[in-house]
Design a protein around this ligand. Sequence first.
Ligand code: IPD
Ligand code: CA
Ligand code: CA
Ligand code: CA
Length: 281
Amino acid sequence: MEDWSDCLDVAVQIARRAGQVVQSAVKQEKQVSSKSTPTDLVTEADHQVEELIISTLREKYPSHRFIGEESSAAGVKCELTDAPTWIIDPIDGTCNFVHSFPMVAVSIGFAVRKELELGVIYHCFDGTLYTARKGHGAFCNGVRLQVSKEKDVSKALILTEIGAKRDPATLDIFLGNMKKMLSAPTHGVRIIGSSTLALCHIASGAAEAYYQYGLHCWDIAAAAVIIREAGGCVIDTTGGPLDLMSRRVVAAGTREIADYVVKQLQPINYGRDDTDPDGLA
Ligand code: IPD
Ligand code: CA
Ligand code: CA
Ligand code: CA
């Protein structure tokens, strides 16, 4: 049985290299354009970093498959098969990157037979490295991660992100969900502009729960391994098992807090990643 530890080492090296490219690109003039909506930004650096990650991994593992945000946007099928598959977000927090707002990450996940095995997330501004291998724990700069054990939602800090849809009806549901979280009452709700780093904060115990509608498989793949290996749960917003392609998630330190969040949420419908990777159906 393969333990994929060599793949983790390779992913760490590539994430650091990619993160350094992002770091130096932050200081340069950026060429910004938009994709599915005017607020769905992409820069030359997103393409450059994805190309760097995929070409390096492909050279090392020619039989493996790849799902990347920018390749999917360019029409490469976003398909998770039983084959070893790397799931890559080259720059998570592109809007933050454009503004030099210091919450930007490189995220590299790895799945085999549709099971998530590895996760590597590199914070490009402060160099923090989050890593996990299934069955072997999660680490932040080599120090073991442990989720919050809090079960009482009135003592919880909740994180969320706004997806790409910004029409009034969607925003009403988004704000309604947020109002429920705030009026629980929880300690508060935060939006930091990077799904992967927000999820890392669940893994480190800095916040108790995260929920989002509209994220993609590359936003959650690496982080899901890291949270689970830190002792947390990552599930669907309906309370069932996570479906990587469903574009919705609840993650929490404890099942009690996850269940509370699940009960509060009104759903926002997005098209699936595997059929509609960049659409907003
Ligand atoms: C986005 C960010 C953002 C979240 C979006 C993601 P990107 O990723 O994580 O915080 O609200 O849903 O798509 O496009 O910057 O990689
Ligand atoms: Ca994007
Ligand atoms: Ca992302
Ligand atoms: Ca991205």
